[in-house]
Design a protein around this ligand. Structure first.
Ligand code: PLP
Length: 380
């Protein structure tokens, strides 16, 4: 069988590869502390689950309007307006997960050979999505700048040019947990406007923020018309399996991306969208509780690593931490899994060799256990 160049140029997700290996060990009876997955370890808030059940009982089990049910498009627009962004319901496409919103954006904006700029370390799927759309990657490395964007703006300015089609910004960041400053975002704005670049602002970790200002690019002067704001329900509301996200963009982009959407997934599940309205409108307390828990786990990990002389960049958001490990991070992660039974993801999967990404979406007991095991086996 012949396979397309686009598909063969892409690697399977490194994150999933590690968790598969961890699952194999677990199937053999090994107790693995799995810090590889990007999934909150909380249940979906009960009122959201009830809203989903009620929607099924009410018969919302058929096809939904392709771009989303009006109730959810309205609720998303209202949420975005609350963030100071000028979006209306017509600017919104509701998607099965933020991942699909991103995929549709790449398909809509990127032509063969177009330049896509990523800020490394970057979430694994951006590279794959760019390649699947035929894009060519350029990368700006934030690792020498403590994973911050502001000190790397000169490097970004050297990379972005009139040939750049798309720039992807993800704050709070997966995998680093960095939250980019207003000055950094204004720097992005200046470059995007000067070089007429479309920008994806992936804000899926917006609510998992430990106190730094969250800046939405679409709210900066000159950015509304060139920004695709992506967000979703997986992380903030612990709804990974529901598959619900959205993009918000100028209507001309929505009408183009809507074609990719309707010809691929048709719509996000109807009753899931109804539960999404409840999540947006009635979960503030549950979100606060989760964020408090993540903050204390972050502190615990940072303190414990410091005990072993590991100086980590303290994350300001999301639930990931980059641990400096050996130069060969892939071998380190494999060995740490085999010897200490702690699953982590090699930084090189994100364009950051020399690090392992740890997800602290795990109980404090399991996090303590992970540090103890890594220390006992000589990995710290
Ligand atoms: N963007 C980033 C940075 C992520 O880390 C993830 C999930 O890991 C997604 C988007 C996609 O989330 P979902 O498709 O579950 O909404």
């Amino acid at each position: 069988m012949e396979f397309s160049d686009r598909v063969t140029s892409v690697e399977p997700s490194a994150t999933l590869a590690v968790s598969n290996l961890a699952s194999e060990l677990e199937a053999d009876g090994v107790d693995v502390v799995d810090l590889s997955v990007g999934e909150p370890d909380f249940a979906t808030p009960g009122n959201v689950v009830e809203a989903g059940k009620d929607a099924m009982d009410a018969g919302h089990t058929g096809y939904a309007p392709s771009n989303g049910v009006p109730e959810l498009r309205d609720a998303v627009a209202e949420k975005l307006q609350g963030d100071g962004l000028d979006y209306e319901a017509d600017n919104v496409i509701v998607t099965p997960g933020a991942k699909q919103a991103l995929y549709e954006t790449f398909q809509t904006v990127v032509d063969d050979g177009d330049e896509v700029v990523l800020l490394d370390p970057a979430w694994v799927s951006y590279e794959a999505m760019a390649k699947l759309a035929g894009g060519e990657l350029s990368r700006v490395d934030l690792a020498p700048h403590d994973f911050q964007l502001e000190p790397a703006l000169d490097d970004l300015a050297e990379t972005v040019s009139d040939d750049t089609e798309l720039l992807v910004v993800n704050s709070p960041s997966n995998p680093t947990g960095a939250v980019y400053s207003r000055a950094a975002m204004e720097g992005v704005r200046d470059l995007a406007v000067d070089h007429d670049v479309t920008v994806i602002s992936d804000e899926i970790y917006q609510h998992i923020n430990y106190g730094k200002e969250h800046v939405s690019l679409a709210g900066l002067d000159g950015m509304f018309e060139r920004t695709v704001t992506v967000n979703g329900f997986s992380k903030a509301y612990s709804m990974t399996g529901w598959r619900l996200g959205y993009l918000a963009a100028p209507e001309e982009l929505v009408s183009q991306a809507g074609k990719v959407h309707s010809h691929s997934v048709s719509s996000a599940a109807n009753f899931v969208q109804r539960a999404g309205v409840e999540a947006l409108q009635n979960t503030d307390d549950a979100v606060d509780e989760m964020v408090d828990a993540f903050a204390s786990r972050r502190d615990l990990l940072v303190d414990r690593f410091e005990e072993y002389g590991k100086d980590v960049s303290v994350p300001d958001g999301a639930f990931y931490l980059m641990l400096p490990v050996a130069d060969d991070d892939q071998t380190w992660c494999q060995d740490a899994l085999k010897d200490a039974h702690v699953a982590t993801v090699p930084g090189s999967a994100f364009g950051a060799p020399g690090y392992a990404r740890l997800s602290y979406a795990a109980s404090t007991e399991r996090l303590e256990e992970a540090v103890d095991r890594l220390a006992a086996e000589g990995y710290l």
